[in-house]
Write a protein that binds this ligand. Structure first.
Ligand code: PHE
Length: 449
């Protein structure tokens, strides 16, 4: 592993934090609230949590099993464990392509976050009323040069980290900064909860209106749980290959899922009371967080300082996620195509930038360019989370549950019988029956309905 500069996690905590760093990101703080806002509030939360517990955790375990067993990138893993069969390798390639697509639109929002660090440092959001805050967002995102500039800056930053192979450094930083982000979110919860009108936001978030649940809400919640946990396209297969043989894959998965969901729910507790307190629309879409949070900061003592620190931490959370996205692609290029790590990072970064241009411009000059009634950004966002990841996950369950020996799965999960493996039978049942069936039904009803 060391010869091609891949990160090998050195401890259980390191593994949990690194994988949690990949999982916790814009998906929790940007995508979760906007999806929840568009999909009926509390009902979405309920379905989302159910998916994390019933399908998300078992699928994360599945990815870890595949990655650690194969000790390889996602394509190599399916090649090795699938006996060299082309169809399983194609599943790995599907994952790499998904990573490229996600990275293309994710980097747009990561660029916005970086811009918000700069804006808050310059006090540009200070003292504005809600309408002016929305105006700042619109002015920025509707342009071309600056959004592209920040997107490129973010891509370059990620590329640099991957090239230098300093993931360990980033992990060390993440170990300190992730808990700080958590504490900051807690503080912001206090502020949000004491705004007048907060109760409305809380009931929107926590009170499920069962009448709102339909095929598309269920599919969106499934997609969000996969996107947030980074499952269904090989991110956790890749990270799984770096987890030490003595670590407990069940515990690791549970911890990551709990941290990840907690951050998302906290983000919801910050956002929705503020949405209602400032008279905004919960279903305003991808801009939600960026037009709500500055108002929260403006109503806090030392708001500018909080804003700077918060957007900086969010940038870092996004960075640990983009690192995991780029790592999927680069690990594949290095191990399967025998490219140099630096060349692979540069080539992928440029490719993603090219792909990402149309995502960035979806908010400005290409706003009216739509496919299937959606902008390129929306299409990439929807396609990857709601279709590509669940389909990837479905095929993965068929591979590990039906086309791979059970004894080997059990061996990997129990570390060769050294762990008790209390839940492994339940896990295997979910892997073989519940998860594929549920995924199939949800995908079909989401597409049809
Ligand atoms: N889970 C990450 C987030 O929530 C996004 C991501 C998806 C990262 C897929 C890697 C792979 O921000």
């Amino acid at each position: 592993m060391a010869e091609n500069n891949r990160l090998g996690f050195t401890s259980s905590l390191g593994a949990i934090l690194a994988a949690a760093g990949g999982a916790v990101g814009l998906g929790n703080i940007w995508r979760f609230p906007y999806m929840l806002g568009q999909n009926g509030g509390g009902a979405f939360l309920l379905v989302y949590v159910l998916f994390v517990l019933l399908i998300g955790i078992p699928l994360m375990m599945t990815e870890f099993v595949i990655g650690r067993r194969a000790q390889s990138n996602v394509v190599g893993a399916y090649k090795k464990l699938g006996g060299g069969k082309k169809r399983w390798m194609a599943l790995g390639v599907f994952g790499v392509l998904a990573a490229l697509m996600i990275y293309a639109f994710y980097s747009v929002v990561a660029g916005w976050t970086l811009n918000y660090v700069v804006l808050s440092c310059g006090g540009k959001l200070q003292g504005l009323d809600a309408a002016a805050v929305s105006g700042v967002f619109a002015d920025f995102t509707q342009g071309s040069f600056w959004p592209l500039f920040y997107q490129f800056l973010f891509l370059a930053l990620t590329g640099l980290v991957i090239t230098m192979g300093v993931q360990k450094g980033i992990e060390k930083v993440a170990k300190i900064l992730m808990p700080v982000l958590f504490i900051l979110l807690l503080l912001m919860c206090v502020r949000s909860l004491t705004l007048s009108g907060a109760a409305k936001g809380l009931s929107f978030l926590f009170k499920p209106d069962f009448g709102k649940i339909n095929g598309s809400v269920v599919l969106s919640a499934l997609g969000q749980s996969f996107f947030s946990l980074s499952i269904g396209m090989g991110a956790m297969v890749t990270y799984g290959s770096y987890i030490r043989k003595e670590d407990n894959l069940v515990k690791t998965s549970v911890w990551i899922a709990v941290c990840d969901s907690l951050v998302a729910i906290l983000a919801g507790v910050v956002i929705f009371p503020a949405v209602f307190a400032f008279g905004m629309n919960p279903s305003s879409g991808p801009e939600l967080v960026y037009i709500v949070l500055p108002n929260v900061f403006n109503s806090m003592p030392a708001g500018t300082l909080f804003a700077v620190v918060f957007f900086l931490l969010l940038t870092i959370a996004a960075l640990t996620s983009t690192i995991s996205l780029l790592e999927i692609i680069v690990a594949f290029a290095v191990e399967e195509l025998h490219w140099k790590r630096g060349t692979a990072s540069l080539a992928c970064t440029l490719l993603v930038f090219l792909l990402g241009i149309s995502c960035t411009l979806s908010f400005g000059p290409m706003k009216d360019f739509t496919l299937f009634g959606r902008t390129v950004f929306d299409l990439f966002d929807l396609l990857t989370a709601s279709y590509i990841m669940p389909i990837g996950a479905l095929l993965m369950t068929i591979f590990l549950g039906w086309c791979f020996p059970k004894v080997e799965v059990m061996d990997e999960l129990t570390n060769g019988g050294r762990l008790k493996g209390r839940f492994v039978n339940l896990y295997y049942f979910i892997l073989r029956y519940l998860a594929p069936l549920a995924l199939l039904v949800i995908l079909v009803s989401g597409i049809v309905g």
